[in-house]
Design a binder for this molecule. Sequence first.
Ligand code: SF4
Length: 432
Amino acid sequence: MSLLATAAPPELGLPRTGPWTQRLLAGAKLAAPEPIANHASRLGGGITDWTGRAGPEQLLDRVRLSGLRGRGGGGFPTSEKLAAVRRHGPGSVVVVNGAETEPAAAKDDLLLRLRPHLVLDGLLAATRILGARRTFLVARSAQAVAALETALRERPDIQIPVEVVRGPVNFVGGEESALIRWLEGGPALPRYQPPRVVDRGWRGLPTLVQNVETLAHLGLVVRLGPEWFRGEGTADEPGTMLLTLSGAVMAPGVYEVPIGTSLPQILHVAGADPGAVALLVGGYFGSWLRAPQVRDLSLSRGSLRPAGANPGAGVLHLLPEGTCGLRESGRILAWLAAQGARQCGPCASGLPALASALGEAVASGSEAALARLDRWGNQIEGRGACRHPDGAVNLARSAARAFPDELERHREGACGGNRKLSLPLPAASDPP
Ligand code: SF4
């Protein structure tokens, strides 16, 4: 059964646009970082022209009333995270998290490369709300680092120390306590919590680690107000979000859509192949959806929850016709198991066992392997010090649920897949 009735023509150029409002990606389609003059004239002046007289508490109120939630995957209310750091008083640290270690994601890097001033606006607002004393900007690519360094030279309004660094590349390195450990000169591996980083983060100071896209929204919220922000999205999940869309679409790329946009509409605009097999929602910790589910769902936590899915950091991958979803899941799970930090039991022995069970299920479709997968999932879930093991279990369970026909075929020794790889992994992660 196809995911869509018809395919749409391709759209060219990055970032992608659709029949929806653009906020973060509004303005001229520049291939280079937007200069401060364009940014200010497009938005009606510098951010301090808008927020100059507002005190930290008023700025925090704007964020609270907007209903903004983090766009890094967790979806935590941004105002609560700010308030948790602010209650320690001035002198905290802000880390802009653009490490984006998820291989299928590209939106934070794109935002830093094309709209660095939006992110800097958000950073400035956050530091004013907190009375922060130092900041780190962590970016994935050399281009994003260069864009930030150029943009910072155009920002005399940012007066506290800012350090721009290229982030760690290991998957768990993007987790907030891992990022802080790495900024302190240690390995990019998660720390046991508590204490939470909002209480004791970089060098023991209260620290706000905030995703790039979240800060860009924050910059617009403090300028334009909560009512404006709530003009898009749903009542429970206001605003727009960035998606990285890849796989069986004619126009892969980064899209901005209002939260609550229907999944079929998004796929139509991206030129989805009507013969595509399944949609992975939420990246490598995410869930597979088959055609009948996708038709009735929209891009929001509320809509996806009953289907066992979550938008995460906005990664969508459409599995091409002929590609085996089971095999792809097994490949990603083996990589996730290898990416674990192996500091806790679920990572050290649980994930390799889970990956091996899925590998065996892929190879033979055996019921015993599926039972082992289930058993290991139960033993691992909720027991890691970070969400890495839970994310891997979610992907494994989702694959077992979403591809029953494929499992049956594998049981009969007749996989219909063409062995083509679809989901991206870092170079050298796949066998030649
Ligand atoms: S679950 Fe794995 S990645 Fe997370 S803290 Fe433990 S060892 Fe590290």
